[in-house]
Ligand binder design. Structure first.
Ligand code: GDP
Length: 451
């Protein structure tokens, strides 16, 4: 079993890019740098200032030759990502160079890192909390700016600091409540029990709000589902292609060609949308088409947003809808029918030409405004970014509700407090803190007993 700070190496970038970054972490990184690095005069170096990029060459001792032209950065322990000594070697992304560099590092007793091992060491060394480590993963995986901005907020400690604050407040409340039990005879200025309980329940509401915000994060991550519904030939496939800015769906003049749905992701202003081009709605006896239409109606129910598309040349009758829908008269490049033109005065009806790409900005700005409505965090509370965090938050909330129920049912405070401690444990699990005897410590830390 390797020791906790035994040296490891791992490629932090892709093979094949112009530049690759090989990272090493562990106790003898400085030795490794001294053995690998030649400065611009092709001399070995002994001193490396922390956090400074050094231009030079990568020395291959076994082959007695220079392997590559590189930059090397040394990060001293305590100021590095993992908390241990680290070096980063910025070399060329050639698979041959990276393969040989791996061999050289192995020959220096540096082992290949396991997945996530750098961040795991950062956690073990107290550099990041668990919620931050999870956010780092989410940030790397993010494919849209909304998701990325939530993740970066948690990488920089948004969630962690909120949880730490809430937890500290609960610890304080618990400590005061304990003091009333343990030292009932003492001359202590007790905070009113009701106000303590009220504070605890307020924290419970904040926890609930953070818990519920998780759905927003998942929507941001997966994209808001938008279904395009309409009669065959209204231009649904053309609209999908127009939004994608590429040919994806087959466009024909023959009605009923889209018999199953097509799903594609797009991004507008950093928001991700999952657009579904559905089978055209019409009465049909064709069994395959019928199944497609049934699916379209299911998407009408399950999608967050719905675009009802009509051929504006025909006499359009708007489908009944809610606030999550927009009605679009397509083919504005041809003359709209009189009946269709009259509909334009309605606020939620716009006209476009999917073929000529006209008026699409109106649809796009509607999508963005809806995304802001559904996805933007309306509170200044941080967001959860993992199922694990959501689960712990849910349990913390349950425990606080159970604490409240116990008090209502007249259960003695010392028994009721068990639920409060459970909530503390669950909150501590989110950041990765191990729950200790800190509550007991705080009683004595905060009150001058016997004074
Ligand atoms: P879908 O069956 O609803 O998916 O409709 P399509 O996208 O396949 O389009 C049906 C026909 O309408 C095709 O011939 C398209 O070229 C045509 N079409 C779609 N949008 C427009 C438009 O904005 N203007 C005009 N003139 N024709 C369009």
């Amino acid at each position: 079993m390797p020791t906790a700070n035994a040296p490891i190496f791992g490629l932090s970038s892709q093979v094949g890019g112009a530049i690759a970054i090989m990272r090493c972490s562990g106790k003898n990184c400085l030795d490794i740098a001294q053995k690998l690095f030649l400065n611009s005069n092709k001399n070995f170096r002994t001193n490396f200032e922390s956090h400074v990029m050094n231009y030079g060459f990568l020395w291959d001792e076994a082959r007695q030759t220079i392997l590559d032209e590189i930059y090397l950065v040394y990060f001293e322990a305590g100021r590095s990502y993992t908390g241990d000594d680290m070096i980063e070697i910025h070399c060329h992304g050639s698979s041959a160079i990276l393969h040989r560099l791996s061999e050289i590092l192995r020959s220096l007793d540096v082992s290949p890192a396991q997945p996530g091992e750098f961040t795991r060491r950062a956690f073990l060394n107290g550099r990041v909390g668990l919620s931050q480590a999870e956010a780092i993963h989410e940030l790397i995986e993010s494919d849209n700016l909304q998701q990325a901005s939530i993740a970066i907020n948690n990488v920089s400690g948004g969630l962690k600091s909120k949880i730490v604050t809430l937890r500290n407040e609960l610890v304080d409340c618990a400590a005061h409540l304990e003091a009333t039990l343990d030292y009932p005879e003492e001359d202590i200025e007790f905070i009113n029990q009701d106000s303590l309980i009220k504070r605890i329940l307020d924290i419970g509401s904040i926890i609930d709000e953070i818990y519920q915000n998780y759905d927003r994060f998942i929507l941001s991550k997966n994209g808001l589902q938008v279904a395009i519904l309409g009669a065959p030939n209204s231009g649904k496939s053309s609209l999908l292609n127009a939004l994608l800015k590429k040919e994806r769906a087959i466009v024909t003049e023959i009605a009923g060609t889209t018999r199953d749905h097509i799903e594609e992701s797009i991004q507008i202003n950093g928001y991700k949308f999952k657009i579904i081009d559905t089978a055209g709605l019409r009465a049909t006896t064709d069994e395959v088409e019928k199944i497609g239409i049934e699916r379209s109606l299911e998407f009408e129910k399950s999608s967050t947003l719905i675009i009802y598309l009509y051929d504006g040349n025909t006499d359009v009758i708007l489908r009944e809808s809610g606030t999550n829908c927009i009605h679009i008269l397509n083919k504005m490049d041809l003359r709209l029918s009189d009946k269709s033109s009259k509909l334009l005065s309605k606020t939620d009806v716009i006209q476009i030409s999917a073929l000529k790409l006209e008026g699409l900005y109106k649809l796009e700005s509607w999508l963005v405004s809806k995304a802001a409505e559904y996805l933007c965090n309306k509170t200044d509370l941080p967001m959860l970014t993992s199922e694990r965090q959501r689960d712990s938050m849910h349990r913390a909330s349950d425990s606080l509700q159970s604490f409240q129920r116990s008090l209502i049912n007249g259960i003695p405070m010392d028994i009721a407090l068990v639920d409060l401690y459970e909530a503390l444990d669950y909150l501590g699990q989110i950041t990765g803190k191990i729950v200790t005897e800190d509550i007991v410590d705080r009683i004595f830390e905060k009150f001058c007993i016997g004074k």
